[in-house]
Design a protein around this ligand. Structure first.
Ligand code: NAI
Ligand code: MG
Length: 348
């Protein structure tokens, strides 16, 4: 049995989680997979009532689960740094979720803003716990003309090796091609180190082709030739920017999934759609559930059920291909429930 902590969160979070749970139940029944869910009301709504996003022992509570499945958190009136630093970042860091995985695919029936974006199918592997997003640094001379701020980037041999290994191993299961994002011509200490360690790891994978690209040129290629990529590995900051750019290339934020992984499985990994709580459409029953459903498929794969995961993705592809089962963000008029019913029907 796999145990899943479910945090629906705010806004459309609970709507898309309900949908994804229905899809998970259908595919689990079909494959006799035993999933047990425990739901938590951790959210901005809880923050407004009780003053914290999650209880003091929230991290301890989650520690015993196999996975965390999250909808979205955030609500007008609660500053975004509260929802981020009060829930998401503590989970990612406490559980050493050092891989942030974002698959990008332009599906039939989903139109990309780019004319050239057909046959796009790649994955951004973002380093998720070190790099540019460190807490080391500080400010001095506040309020004076010589006020200053310093923030250190932290790149460790362990950290770069394990993210490179993850990307290289993933490429072996795909088209065998890794692109490493760098800027070692401009950032002269950390990124040459990144390049060296990536090259060392790549030498252990002679069957995988590895290119390195400077981040500025890489951003341009994401737009001009998105079909050339298979696995893109990047530091925390570069990966953050590239994955949002890539999601935009794929068409709608409503379909984009993500996983925060501890590949060692020492701690639970967390699966969540890329989108936020969408206050503008919350409660209307029109949210696209595909981002949450695809995230659920990634969770199934991580929990050891690749066949069930593949069937969920196939069901998504089939519903996206039909105009009558597309939601408004994709130009359709289907409700969240109608898309869910179509997905469940495919899987039964
Ligand atoms: P958002 O992703 O919630 O919404 C951006 C736009 O995309 C809106 O017009 C929304 O209606 C649309 N959209 C998003 N998901 C959709 C879906 N599944 N189906 C159809 N349309 C969809 O981003 P926004 O508006 O910047 O943030 C709203 C709140 O969500 C904020 O409080 C923010 O902090 C939070 N947020 C939380 C995230 C998380 O929980 N990981 C990630 C991003 C934002
Ligand atoms: Mg981002």
């Amino acid at each position: 049995m796999s145990t899943i902590a479910v945090i629906p969160g705010d806004g459309i979070g609970p709507e898309v989680i309900t949908s994804a749970r229905a899809v998970l139940d259908a595919v689990a029944a079909k494959h006799a997979i035993d999933l047990s869910y425990t739901e938590f009301d951790w959210s901005c709504e809880r923050y407004a009532k009780e003053g914290t996003m999650m209880p003091d022992d929230g991290i301890e509570t989650l520690r015993g689960f196999d996975a965390v499945f999250l909808g979205a958190v955030g609500w007008p009136g609660v500053p975004d740094h509260v929802s981020l630093w009060g829930l998401l970042i503590p989970i990612r860091r406490a559980f050493r979720q050092y891989v942030n995985l974002r698959p990008i695919k332009v599906f039939k029936g989903v139109s990309s803003p780019l004319r050239s974006a057909t046959d796009v199918d790649f994955v951004v592997v973002r380093e998720n716990v070190e790099g540019e997003y460190s807490e080391i640094g500080g400010r001095m001379n506040r309020g004076f003309p010589d006020e200053m701020a310093v923030q250190e980037s932290i790149f460790t041999r362990v950290g770069v090796s394990r993210i490179a290994d993850y990307a290289l191993e993933l490429a072996r299961t795909r088209r065998g091609y890794v692109t490493s994002a760098t800027k070692s011509n401009g950032i002269v200490h950390t990124l040459p180190f990144w390049d060296e360690v990536v090259a060392e790891r790549a030498a252990q994978f002679p069957d995988v082709r590895v290119d390195q690209e400077h981040i500025d040129a890489l951003a341009a290629k994401f737009v001009l030739q998105p079909q050339r990529f298979d696995v893109v590995v990047a530091s925390n900051l570069f990966g953050d920017i590239l994955s949002d750019l890539a999601a935009a290339v794929a068409g709608s934020i409503g379909i984009a999934p993500s996983a925060n992984l501890d590949p060692t499985k020492t701690y639970p990994s967390m699966f969540e759609p890329v989108h936020g709580s969408a206050p503008d459409i919350a409660g209307k029953g029109v949210a696209n559930p595909v981002g949450a459903v695809w995230s659920a498929a990634m969770m199934l794969k991580h929990l050891g059920h690749p066949q069930a995961a593949a069937e969920v993705v196939a069901a998504m592809e089939a519903t996206l291909a039909q105009p009558e089962t597309r939601t408004a963000d994709l130009g359709g008029s289907a409700s969240t429930t109608e898309v869910t019913d179509a997905l469940v029907a495919q899987l039964s």
